[in-house]
Design a protein around this ligand. Structure first.
Ligand code: SF4
Length: 378
């Protein structure tokens, strides 16, 4: 039996130093603490999250979180609209949401203030809020990702005992896709557990079924982090199951670290890339672009980060490019103005290669052309 506790929290929303280049999330909000879904691999069990309670047996319902969010957004002199990610170390649509509606109330505030949203879930309950998601998408931007890592229902019920089964998540993709025209919906194919979910058959099935359901994207990430308490919990579950045979090869793949070897990652990445190409499935989400001075900063950041991602998938990560892309999100003026002053080299991590890479995009920007046009009359 899960115990539910209602508790006040001081802050409703947290700002990240940089948006991540997968989900493009800048702010996070957690309607609950703890998660009834109780996935046996869940990273939230690891000590790095400092959760005080028994993660899956005690769920804290955050009292008046929508009112606190509204208050924060109302007084948001220091906040610029950006993508809010709801749920992270919990699922915003875990079963208690049906009764409490913390997530639905939050979405209403997000809609009122015109913020974009990216939400990940393993529950078909999100379909209830399709109307709100569509309006958020229409007035700002909305992406919904269903975490699906296998189409094997039996394996899924072992790994994710209280989530909607994979076929229901695929059905939910189909439903949201059919009922909306402004919501990006797809699959978060992560974590892909070595020796349980990384065979060709499963990799193909998840991508092919997602595509059939109408997915706009499949984001994939092979491997599973194995950290402290989370690793112990997961291995113990495997020991008492019919999957105990994978423990030995799994531990040798991890070599005492919390992630699998680079050669393993490269091998699975190239398989996933090949399958997504075959089924014409995008592997990145088209980013939300603000209309203010950040427009070109965000566009170029997306281009740089996506380009770097493709390089790293091919085993050639480019740290300078990655950091140039990330830092651009925090630039306090438009990169077009920096470019016009001839000061691109002053931006963090903008070396010669990166300047050469971005210049053609800047040259093609309509805004720059328009300004150049006007300058003729000065
Ligand atoms: S749904 Fe997500 S947060 Fe909840 S237990 Fe599963 S992995 Fe953890």
């Amino acid at each position: 039996m899960v115990k539910f506790i209602t508790r006040e929290f001081k802050t409703a929303i947290n700002k990240l130093k940089y948006p991540d280049s997968w989900f493009w999330i800048r702010y996070t909000i957690n309607p609950y603490s703890g998660c009834e879904h109780a996935c046996i691999y869940c990273d939230a069990r690891s000590q790095r999250y400092y959760l005080e309670q028994d993660f899956e047996n005690e769920v804290i319902i955050k009292a008046d979180i929508d009112k606190k969010l509204e208050l924060r957004l109302k007084r948001a002199r220091t906040l610029l609209p950006d993508v809010i990610g709801a749920g992270g170390v919990n699922d915003a649509y875990q079963p208690i949401e049906e009764k409490v509606e913390n997530t639905r109330k939050i979405l209403k505030v997000i809609e009122r203030y015109g913020y974009p949203l990216n939400i990940a879930t393993k529950s078909r309950l999100i379909v209830r809020d399709t109307d709100l998601l569509e309006r958020i998408g229409k007035h700002a931007w909305c992406a919904v990702g269903f975490s699906i890592t296998t189409t094997d229902e039996d394996l899924a019920s072992f790994l994710e005992p209280h989530s909607s089964p994979p076929h229901e998540r695929l059905e939910a993709i189909r439903e949201i896709k059919n009922k909306t025209s402004n919501v990006l919906v797809g699959t978060f194919f992560m974590p892909i557990i070595p020796y349980l979910e990384d065979d060709d058959e499963n990799l193909t099935a998840v991508i092919k079924e997602s595509k059939k359901a109408g997915a706009d994207f499949v984001l994939f990430s092979p491997g599973l982090t194995l950290r402290d308490v989370q690793a112990e919990f997961f291995i113990k579950k495997l020991e008492n199951s019919k999957y105990q045979g994978i423990i030995k090869p799994l531990l040798s793949l991890y070599r005492g670290k919390y992630y699998p070897s680079r050669s393993y990652m490269n091998k699975i990445h190239s398989k996933l890339l090949g399958i997504c190409e075959k089924y014409h499935v995008p592997i990145r989400i088209k980013r939300w672009i603000p209309r203010d001075f950040r427009k070109w900063n965000y566009k170029l950041s997306e281009i740089l980060l996506n380009h770097e991602y493709m390089k790293s998938l091919r085993g050639k990560p480019d740290n300078a490019m990655k950091w140039a892309g990330l830092h651009l999100n925090n630039l306090g003026e438009s990169i077009l103005d920096v470019y016009k002053r001839g000061e691109l080299a002053k931006l963090p991590n903008f070396n010669n290669n990166i300047i050469k890479f971005v210049e053609p995009y800047l040259e093609r920007s309509k805004e720059l052309k328009a300004k150049k046009g006007l300058e003729r009359f000065l």
